[in-house]
Design a protein around this ligand. Structure first.
Ligand code: PMT
Length: 407
């Protein structure tokens, strides 16, 4: 159940778009107000076809904002103030149309303009027909918005007003209240506020010639999740990422690099930092004297590639000195004797903790969504059960926060 203490005194700007689920937004207003939340509402033109402005006004006990071009509304409040004088913007129902306009950065009515102008977090509660929700366009819009940090609750599965069954029903008012309370609870749990973190992620690409390179199978999922988890706990995160297909995680500064040497330079430029987590799969070697012209297949022997060692970023960051982060965490990707090799790697590289994972064929650790890790510290080993990489990241970020709390 939503916690009254977390919600009391909070200000929510509720955007009601045009869907049949708009009737549930009236209930949402009541539940929020019962918990001491000030609710101000923006009603779209289509939204006003489903619920009356009078009902919204009566329940919020405030003006209902509807028209971008209203001289009265603009002089009394103005769309910029409207978007800023809230702790959270909630879009319920969030229709396919409004999600598309948000993703496209449109400002063609008051709701879209407020959502574009805001510097506050946004939570959407999608509601639409199942096929509209499953359409590639809506899915892409939602993924884009989430990659920009937009939060989502629902949609739920069930029978819809149009008599079809599937995902698309707006979350129930109390589920939305719980999501809002969850957001404010997470926001107040920021034990890493004021700490700076560097996270490396993804593979590096080491050129052979202008069109070919040496790389590995890292997807960046684990490293990106760690960057996001540290940011959620309040850290100021610089994510140094090799080439991946992932969107930049919200709330992090992201530096995109290709080679190990570029990764090292970007990490050094991000110092000083309190925390460094090296989750990238850095190529140990690069081609010595990579060609600046495409190598030609001329019928003779294949070219011999001479390799030279890359700088070790983890070992460099772990080196004692004034700029050494207080906590340096490495990863160890092993295919056998995981604990023994990882423990030796921790000592050799000089990092404080090492997260060991088995990357043998069949584990799916490289590129997959789950990971099974052992956290090796000076005082012992913790073996965690297999879990999604996001959950590994959250648990590691909490361990990092615990380290600083204990200092
Ligand atoms: O990206 P995903 O698909 O989600 O997969 C996640 C992962 C398997 C890549 C990740 O969990 C992981 O294990 N990352 C480390 C991979 C690796 O290169 O391990 P290693 O044992 O070779 O290196 C040990 C440590 O030294 C790592 O922290 C690595 O980032 C670091 N290193 C290695 C070489 C180098 N030149 N510089 C480094 O900083």
């Amino acid at each position: 159940m939503a916690d009254h203490a977390i919600l009391a005194g909070k200000r929510v700007l509720l955007v009601i778009a045009g869907g049949i689920a708009a009737y549930k937004s009236l209930e949402l207003i009541r539940r929020l107000r019962e918990r001491g939340v000030t609710v101000r509402a923006v009603l779209t033109e289509a939204g006003a076809r489903f619920v009356t402005p009078l009902s919204v006004q009566a329940l919020t006990e405030d003006t209902v904002y509807r028209d971008l071009w209203s001289l009265t509304d603009e002089s009394e409040m103005g769309h910029i103030r409207l978007s800023r004088e809230a702790d959270l913007l909630v879009v319920a129902p969030a229709t396919a149309n409004l999600l598309a306009r948000m993703a496209g950065g449109m400002a063609d009515d008051l709701a879209a303009t407020v959502l574009l102008a805001t510097d506050k977090p946004v939570l959407v509660a999608p509601a639409m027909n199942v096929r509209m929700w499953q359409h590639a366009a809506t899915q892409a819009n939602m993924a884009l918005l989430e990659s920009r940090g937009v939060l989502r609750v629902g949609p739920n599965d069930g029978v819809m007003a149009c008599n079809e069954y599937g995902p698309g029903r707006m979350a129930e008012p109390m589920e939305i209240v719980d999501a809002i309370a969850g957001f404010f609870a997470a926001e107040s749990h920021r034990p890493l506020a004021g700490r700076r973190a560097i996270v490396t992620s993804g593979p590096t690409h080491e050129p052979i010639d202008p069109v070919r390179y040496i790389a590995n199978r890292s997807s960046g999922k684990q490293g990106h999740a760690i960057a996001a988890a540290l940011a959620t706990l309040g850290a100021e995160v610089t994510l140094v990422s090799g080439p991946t297909r992932l969107p930049d995680p919200a709330g992090c500064k992201v530096v995109h690099i290709e080679t190990a040497r570029e990764m090292l330079a970007a990490c050094e430029a991000a110092l000083p930092a309190d925390i460094a987590v090296c989750a990238a799969a850095v190529a140990d070697w690069r081609v010595d004297g990579a060609s600046d012209r495409k190598l030609k297949k001329d019928g003779g022997d294949p070219p011999a590639l001479a390799l030279t060692e890359n700088p070790d970023i983890l070992a460099t960051l772990s080196r004692p000195g004034e700029r050494r982060p207080a906590l340096v965490v490495g990863f160890a990707a092993e295919t056998g004797d995981v604990l023994a090799y990882a423990t030796a790697k921790r000592a050799r590289k000089g990092c404080d903790w090492i997260v060991a994972n088995d990357v043998s064929p069949g584990t799916g650790t490289f590129g997959g969504s789950d990971n099974t890790v052992h956290l090796i510290r000076a005082d012992g080993v913790e073996s965690w059960p297999t879990m999604p990489k996001d959950a590994v990241a959250t648990r590691l970020a909490e361990a990092v926060a615990g380290y600083f709390e204990g200092k």
